[in-house]
Design a protein around this ligand. Sequence first.
Ligand SMILES: O=P(O)(O)OC[C@H]1O[C@](O)(COP(=O)(O)O)[C@@H](O)[C@@H]1O
Length: 398
Amino acid sequence: MPLSSFSFLRHHLPLPLQLPPTSNRQPPHPRLFHLLLPPFTPRRTFVCQPLTAATDDMAAAAAAASPPTLLEHMGQAGTAADLTVLVAHIQSACKRIAALVASPGNAELSRAKARGGAMAAGRDAPKPLDELSNDIILSALQSSGKVAALASEENDLPIWISDGGPYVVVTDPLDGSRNIEVSIPTGTIFGIYNRLVEVDHLPLEERAQLNSLQSGTRLVAAGYVLYSSATILCISFGAGTHAFTLDWSTGEFILTHPSIQIPPRGQIYSVNDARYFDWPEGLRKYIDTIRQGKGQHPKKYSARYVCSLVADFHRTLIYGGVAMNPRDHLRLVYEANPLSFLAEQAGGRGSDGKNRILTIQPVKLHQRLPLFLGSMDDMLELESYGDVQQKVNPGYEV
Ligand SMILES: O=P(O)(O)OC[C@H]1O[C@](O)(COP(=O)(O)O)[C@@H](O)[C@@H]1O
């Protein structure tokens, strides 16, 4: 029996698991039904019948009805061919990073570290995962043939890849990697710009620099990949924010959250509040007020802080509220800009406490700033306190 027939049947056999009648859970995603099926048994002999034209039609109809993969979605949206090729390479790189962060090798890395440097030294020393992730992304971008320059958190200077590449990519290849040893979610963040053809005549270093310091308003696309209980790729091409979940059985990112709209107001604030005593008066007042349910929204807010930017942002995008790091810590070019673009495309806001992030002109590749992201009403209320940027930044150990 051809494999495709199996795959068709897996999608059409009745579900053996019934949801409890009182449950308000959504039924599982159609592409994931087969994961709930028990292993194939000879009792289901009818599945071995050859497929007829009718079943072929049904298979085609089912394929048309199922949610698209990332690349199918881009095809339907009429995305430029060059951009589709580039995103195809980025998604492949991120699947490799997803496997890397889940690999048993990490446990050995952390045990060796805990033993106090018993790891191999020099050329044989294992590379930290953020460096490995950077290598994976660089190599994917090189083989895409679509990238002129890459600016990454892991490199002091932008890397010039190819004169003819139509795009420039900025990235934090593995944010939150300090959490890896305890299996807390991590993420890749990326932004895509057009190459500035008007500076093609400049010396290479200057060209690379100018291309990487483009203002966030010029982003063509931006996204993140969250490596957590599910691997989720969230992306915007400037027409809404959409999230795709990796189906490990097929290796495809499947559209699971089309046209995300961040609720105008949430009930969650996300901040490292061990720094309360270093915060300015305005921020303290804001947090004190919403905690007590005395703000514009009459409910008491809850606190959630993973300390992993992509995870904190993803939750905020779906549930609403505000995620913030009020000190000069997060990076404008490859963290704040892409995430603000996604927030805005979902109806939310990204600011440094005063200004819209996307309008801040970067002057340095690794420039840091306070970052506030979230629901429109929560953000406006927060900014109305004026004094929310933390000026004291002693460089906390943890
Ligand atoms: O220590 P803080 O101020 O809570 O910062 C935590 C933030 O720093 C990050 O870990 C990023 O920091 P690094 O770029 O130094 O890895 C984010 O994932 C997280 O949101």
